[in-house]
Design a protein around this ligand. Structure first.
Ligand SMILES: NC(=O)c1ccc[n+]([C@@H]2O[C@H](COP(=O)([O-])OP(=O)(O)OC[C@H]3O[C@@H](n4cnc5c(N)ncnc54)[C@H](OP(=O)(O)O)[C@@H]3O)[C@@H](O)[C@H]2O)c1
Length: 232
């Protein structure tokens, strides 16, 4: 499978890009020159987050802030990085802005915090996983790939260090997994690991709750995943 080069990417929009995880991804991608749109329910919050990225990376960073619907219309690769409690409501609000061929990268994890519980516990999801729920909710012409659930926002946002983490990627389209691979491999030290079909996302999402639990025990915010034994 050919891995597309970055020149083939137009813009990448991050829905929920004002939050910890979305902002971390925005920083890493804008740092290497990708054109990023930060999406928010509120235009001013999106602008403020874009300004924050610009202040950290310099005025040359290709970063814009837009309201979520405009952010979806502006890109062909869209990242969904909102809390699980807002996942379906967010998709409903942006659904009509997707275009045929769009790729939606779902980062959502169904942590128990969505219903007032602990971040170290996972909620059961009727569809099997947050990513499969997303796939059911978006229009049929949008492909969903699940990725970036096991890398911490604190690690992504700390630009003084490379990201010491494998990114486990699940999806049903080899072409779109290859597009995600490009987005993984541009982040220094990140390794793409093909983790199978979208239904495997339920296992990857569960690992995030485990990592939160490990973080609490080890008094850190940096726990991540490395898979050993893979041929390069
Ligand atoms: N933080 C991590 O280390 C981490 C690691 C792996 C995976 N994740 C997953 O990534 C997703 C985002 O995590 P996060 O920590 O970045 O979350 P967050 O900071 O709490 O929220 C991200 C953004 O989502 C929007 N949002 C918040 N509540 C919402 C609601 N009820 N409905 C719609 N939009 C809402 C907000 O943007 P606006 O108000 O600007 O619209 C917010 O800035 C979650 O599903 C999380 O489980 C997080």
């Amino acid at each position: 499978m050919e891995v597309p080069s970055l020149e083939k990417f137009d813009r990448v929009s991050i829905i929920g890009g004002t939050g910890d995880q979305g902002l971390g991804l925005a920083l890493r991608w804008a740092q290497i020159g990708l054109r990023i749109v930060i999406g928010s329910r509120d235009f001013d919050r999106a602008q403020a987050a874009a300004n924050k990225v610009r202040s950290l990376l310099g005025p040359g960073a290709h970063i814009e802030g837009m309201e979520n619907t405009a952010a979806v219309s502006a890109a062909t690769i869209i990242v969904l990085a909102v809390p699980f409690r807002g996942q379906l409501e967010t998709i409903k609000s942006i659904k009509s802005n997707f275009k045929p061929g769009d790729l939606l990268i779902d980062v959502t994890v169904p942590l128990e915090t969505a219903v007032g519980g602990r971040a170290s516990r996972l909620l059961g999801v009727w569809a099997g996983s947050a990513a499969e729920q997303t796939a059911r909710a978006v229009p049929a012409h949008v492909d969903v790939v699940s990725a970036f659930q096991n890398v911490s926002a604190a690690v992504l946002q700390d630009l003084s260090r490379p990201v010491d983490c494998d990114i486990l990627v699940c999806g049903n389209s080899p072409e779109n997994k290859a597009r995600v691979r490009s987005l993984v491999e541009v982040i220094e030290n990140c390794r793409y690991v093909d983790a199978g079909p979208l239904e495997n996302s339920r296992i990857i999402e569960a690992l995030t709750a485990l990592l939160v639990s490990i973080n609490i025990r080890h008094k850190t915010r940096h726990a991540g995943i490395r898979v050993t034994g893979l041929a390069e």
